[in-house]
Design a protein around this ligand. Structure first.
Ligand code: CO
Length: 426
């Protein structure tokens, strides 16, 4: 399972590569790619997926009768550096790339390691404009630290200025045009290259050691992978199993393809409409639906256990983390946590409960944001990990398997609201 996770992460270098790779897995499993601009013909017993912007994806299977949606959502973006449009900075002896921050990364972890570049580009063709995915795969840049001799205070707390300290070294040869290499990878002449969405990424391979896994982008590709495995292995259910993979979580989700967009609602409405259901039927379905928002959680730090709430400390390999927050940054409440716990119990999967220390602000995630478009019972869960938003993170080697087992069980269920607050799970 861990080696399979590592090869998924290796392929999913940016959201564009993640969606293309996930789409490939779905296609191989017999799923049909639906275009949002086409009319859809849905057949019971078949699987489908929709992509938006090439960076978000929703997959589902159609049962004989639609009673509701059993959904998971994870995100495919990770904090990194975006390469600006006019990227090449030609200096006296060095060529650097102009970058800016995407999300809130631990900047120091991006230094002194070979980095690669991937993303999408738009090219001009005879038919119009077209998207091409590009991935350099090999190391092409590096952000060097300043030697200790030039800053004796480097170990006493560093501050980093993204505009000064984080510019990657690209080459010593001004003739090695970055743009022409990108065009070559995209299979076009440089004149045909219109614009780019390119990012630096850590190409390091994952390691399994002791009971741990260490790899880039575990937040949130561990959940993206775990929920995908569960979705694909689940038996045909009485409800519609829905797998969501969203872009832009790390920058607030408010894009046309992010969790705050209408993407999920649009797809659910169309599943109903194309199956001959009314808008009222859609609303009844949503009341009998459930969303599991899957995003990694903070494990107790071995050197800094003091950052944990004493009774809500979670550990790697301790099972699935249910996240709570009174301010509802995490959507879990008594109802949704109770429903999720029953699923874990039935699957024989351990779970643990997380809440931030009352004096620490936690992060936000997908669940509460998705609820602004499709409002339904939602639980926030994740897998415990260390060094969240480092360019190389560490998590539990057993937890991915726990997630697959619990979510497989979930996808096979049907939820029926008997009265508000009371549910039958069958
Ligand atoms: Co995350």
């Amino acid at each position: 399972m861990n080696q399979k996770l590592f090869s998924y992460i290796e392929a999913c270098t940016t959201p564009y590569q993640a969606i293309a790779h996930t789409a490939g897995i779905l296609r191989d499993a017999g799923y049909t790619h639906l275009n949002e601009s086409d009319s859809w013909t849905l057949e019971a017993g078949k699987g489908y997926f929709v992509t938006r912007n090439g960076s978000s994806l929703i997959a589902f299977r159609v049962p004989d009768t639609i009673g509701g949606f059993m959904m998971t959502a994870a995100h495919c973006d990770s904090p990194c550096f975006k390469i600006k449009e006019n990227a090449q900075l030609n200096g006296q002896n060095y060529v650097q790339l102009s970058v800016e921050r995407y999300g809130g990364m631990l900047m120091a972890t991006w230094m002194d390691k070979p980095l690669s570049v991937a993303g999408r580009v738009l090219v001009r063709t005879e038919r119009g404009i077209e998207t091409r995915f590009v991935d350099f795969k090999e190391p092409v840049a590096l952000i060097p630290n300043l030697a200790i001799h030039m800053n004796r205070k480097a170990n006493d707390g560093m501050t980093y200025n993204a505009a000064v300290d984080m510019l990657p070294l690209y080459s010593q040869d001004k003739e090695v045009s970055f743009r022409s290499r990108v065009a070559e990878l995209a299979g076009v002449q440089e004149e045909a290259l219109l614009t780019t969405d390119l990012f630096l990424y850590n190409p390091q391979k994952g390691y399994a050691w002791d009971n741990f896994v260490s790899a880039p982008r575990l937040d949130d590709l561990q959940c993206a992978f775990g929920s995908l495995e569960a979705f694909l292995s689940a038996e045909q259910a009485k409800n519609v199993p829905v797998y969501c993979l969203f872009d832009n979580e790390e920058v607030g989700s408010t894009t046309k393809q992010g969790a705050a967009s209408t993407f999920l609602k649009d797809v659910l409405l169309r599943i109903c409409a194309e199956s001959g259901l009314s808008e009222t039927d859609y609303r009844r379905c949503v009341a009998n639906s459930f969303l599991i928002s899957c995003d990694n959680a903070h494990a107790v730090h071995p050197n800094h256990p003091e950052y944990m709430d004493k009774n809500h400390a979670v550990y790697m390999n301790g099972g699935i983390v249910i996240k709570y927050n009174a301010g509802q940054k995490y959507t879990s409440d008594a109802v949704s946590a109770a429903i999720f716990q029953s699923v874990c119990d039935e699957a024989g999967v351990p779970f643990q409960r997380y809440a931030n220390r009352a004096d620490l602000m936690g992060g936000s995630t997908l669940g509460n944001i998705a609820n602004t478009q499709v409002s339904l019972n939602t639980v926030d869960i994740g897998l415990a990990q260390l060094a969240m938003h480092s360019s190389f993170e560490t998590a539990g080697g057993k937890d991915t398997e726990y997630m697959v087992r619990a979510l497989k069980c979930f996808f096979e269920k049907r939820l029926i609201m008997t009265t508000d607050g009371s549910y039958t799970i069958e």
